[in-house]
Design a protein. Structure first.
Ligand code: ZN
Length: 449
């Protein structure tokens, strides 16, 4: 049986403060100007690749992918707006949010009235810069605080966006961490937002550390970690791997996992996938949380759960997109993302993975009446190993329900006990030869093949 957990991670990686380490990754990636294509994504993946065995894939512009086409590669060198006095009032080098992502290049002079058609601000959050992009349409623009917009004097402005849209490629990262089985757990995050910490960087930091940890273990499953530009990256990955998806047994999109809000889990399209049950169980025992049903909006679960794929992929978040005012603004910054929240999200992900890794069915080898546990030294072994309390109940539940039909998660849910207690009890009973693993198909339902 595989044990995974934050304490084990700390010991194996010699990392006393996983949340702090994740926040450091967010801090390092924060200044880079990412988009759906271009060097910002490449530089991001290069940094991630220092932590985990990441393969960088380049897919040429113009490649058909499902119903889409890989777009041109966008790179930006500089951008600014100068006011009538020649002062640089908007400067890309101060914040990459100042430029509408994927903007067309421009070099022009124009009056304020005309420039304003290309300026974006947030009147009800007058000190924040919004994040905007012009993916899939030819446009350009600048974003600025509403307070600054209101202070711009009338007159002739000079505008520069020194950017290129050329034939290049779309870049994504993929890491396969081999387990004992070829069956896979897919973990995905997006890598296409510029200086936004919770939206994109929190997921990248979580998967980077999780990948580092998994690579140190010998897990049951193989883990496929994807670092994708949102939508087009997932569509590209699916197009290139269509036909090889049958190994994927569980999947999770990780996004917005660093804010101080409570954890939200969004179910897969199927609604009853094993990962849906695993997270429902973990979150129920972890306190305040929310579970929401699938909807065809959000992050790349939209693509993985499109009807032609219908993969068992859920989505882990804290506060969902659009439900916190900092979303897609300059206030989604390094302060907004908390090390404690990152560590908590990682701990919950590990707790769900421990369920998936260990959820097997067993058969009680002494099913007629209860076996005499004291004679076998099991109570003594239990007292040495655990904090007592409900552990005896866990043993009795596992013995009673292990008829080859009920998995450990079934037993945990029925007994309202944490999966970990049930798993430990099963482990002890296996060691004392009171259980054996069910053969697949046994007694109608059997174990996992
Ligand atoms: Zn976003």
């Amino acid at each position: 049986m595989t044990a995974l957990g934050l304490d084990d991670l700390k010991a194996r990686l010699r990392l006393p403060d996983p949340g702090g380490a994740m926040h450091d990754v967010v801090r390092e990636l924060y200044p880079l100007c990412r988009s759906i294509t271009g060097n910002g994504v490449r530089e991001t993946l290069k940094i991630v690749g220092r932590q985990i065995p990441l393969e960088i894939r380049e897919v040429p512009s113009g490649t058909p992918v499902l119903d889409w086409v890989v777009p041109k590669e966008w790179n930006i060198r500089d951008a600014w707006v100068k006011d009538p006095s020649g002062a640089k009032v908007i400067d890309f080098r101060r914040s990459n949010l100042h430029v509408v992502g994927y903007s067309q290049p421009v070099r022009a002079r124009m009056p304020l009235g005309e420039l304003k058609r290309h300026l974006h601000s947030l009147p009800d959050r007058p000190d924040w810069i919004p994040y905007r992009n012009s993916f899939y349409r030819d446009d350009w623009g600048f974003c600025l605080s509403h307070r600054q917009l209101q202070s711009l004097p009338e007159g002739e402005y000079e505008v520069l966006i020194d950017a290129t849209h050329g034939d290049g490629s779309l870049t994504y990262g993929e890491a396969l961490i081999a387990g004992r089985s070829s069956r896979e757990i897919l973990l995905s995050c997006h890598v296409c937002h510029p200086s936004l910490a919770n939206d994109n960087l929190s997921g990248i930091s979580l998967l980077s550390l999780l990948g580092r940890y998994l690579a140190e273990l010998s897990p049951f499953y193989s883990y496929r970690l994807l670092f994708l530009p949102v939508t087009i990256g997932a569509i590209t990955w699916l197009a290139r791997n269509d036909g090889a998806l049958s190994e994927i047994e569980h999947g999770l999109v990780v996004t917005l996992v660093g804010d101080a809000g409570r954890t939200t889990y969004k179910r897969s399209r199927r609604g009853d996938a094993a990962i849906d049950r695993a997270f429902a169980h973990v979150l129920k025992h972890a306190g305040d949380h929310e579970i929401v049903d699938f909807s065809p909006y959000g992050y790349d679960e939209r693509q993985f759960c499109s009807p032609g794929f219908d993969l068992p992929v859920g989505c882990l978040m804290r506060t969902p997109h659009g439900q916190f005012p900092e979303y897609h603004t300059s206030a989604d910054d390094l302060e907004f993302v908390k090390p404690e929240a990152l560590a908590d999200s990682l701990a919950k992900t590990l707790a769900a993975l421990i369920v998936l890794e260990n959820d097997r069915r067993y058969v009680n080898l002494n099913p007629k009446g209860e076996p005499q546990l004291g004679r076998r030294g099991i109570y003594r072994a239990m007292a040495e190993r655990s904090d007592g309390g409900g552990r005896e109940m866990a043993l009795l539940w596992v013995l009673n329900q292990s008829d080859g039909m009920h998995s450990l998660l079934d037993i945990a849910d029925r007994s309202s006990m944490p999966f970990e207690a049930i798993r430990e009890a099963a482990q002890l009973l296996l060691e004392h030869e009171l259980l054996r693993e069910a053969v697949p198909g046994e007694l109608g339902r059997g174990g996992r093949s």
